[in-house]
Design a protein around this ligand. Structure first.
Ligand code: PAN
Ligand code: ZN
Length: 187
């Protein structure tokens, strides 16, 4: 064990702050192509470019067996009738799994199996732990009125592959139907 290595970090589940990593901020412009309703996107961007989420990732080591982890904060909001969401990705190393631990708020994860194309919706909020198997695209949505914060913990060699989904998006989308989160086919 390297005595120089910092093993303990500090996080604030209310603000999404986490020591020991760099923060990535994603605005609506960064994620705009993920939303179905492009008219609604343009309407919002006419007067503001809201921050949708932030992630701080800590990468303590890169040798086989090491883990990386990140704290995400996904703000509440809608674009048309679709909840604020993360871009979503596969892991570059397809077999790399991930554990998500919900800390605050209410939300869900959309999982899509790369081979079968099958979708699953899992609750992610305070009190939920979601296991994301390998070979599975994953995206997070905030279905509540407060920030959704969560940890994701994954193998150090997982990597992020955004390319495939940037082109064809997920097959399903989560919309608000009369106050109820409802999974629909994406057009
Ligand atoms: C998470 C995600 C985080 C942001 O830490 O990176 O939720 O989502 P996008 O990376 O899709 O923008 C994770 O799954 N890491 O592997
Ligand atoms: Zn991931």
């Amino acid at each position: 064990m390297n005595p120089e290595k910092i093993l303990t970090q500090h996080y604030n589940p209310e603000t999404g702050d986490l020591t020991g990593g760099a923060k990535v901020v994603r605005t609506l412009k960064d994620v705009r192509s993920s939303f179905q309703d492009q008219v609604a996107v343009d309407r919002i961007l006419e007067h503001e470019n809201p921050v949708l989420y932030e992630v701080v990732a800590v990468e303590p080591g890169d040798t086989p067996g090491d883990l990386h982890y990140g704290l995400g904060i996904l703000y509440p909001g809608m674009v048309g009738n679709e909840y604020y969401l993360t871009k979503g990705h596969y892991h570059e190393t397809r077999e790399a799994a991930e554990v998500y631990i919900g800390l605050t708020g209410e939300g869900a994860m959309l999982l899509e199996d790369e081979e079968t194309g099958e979708s699953r919706l899992e609750s992610l909020g305070a009190g939920n732990v979601v296991y994301v198997p390998g070979h599975t695209a994953h995206r997070t949505m905030n279905t509540g009125n407060t920030p959704l914060t969560y940890f994701g913990i994954y193998p150090s060699n997982a990597g992020h592959d955004y390319g495939a989904l940037a082109e064809r998006n997920f097959r399903k989308m989560l919309i608000d139907e009369d106050g109820t989160p409802t999974l629909m086919d994406r057009a």
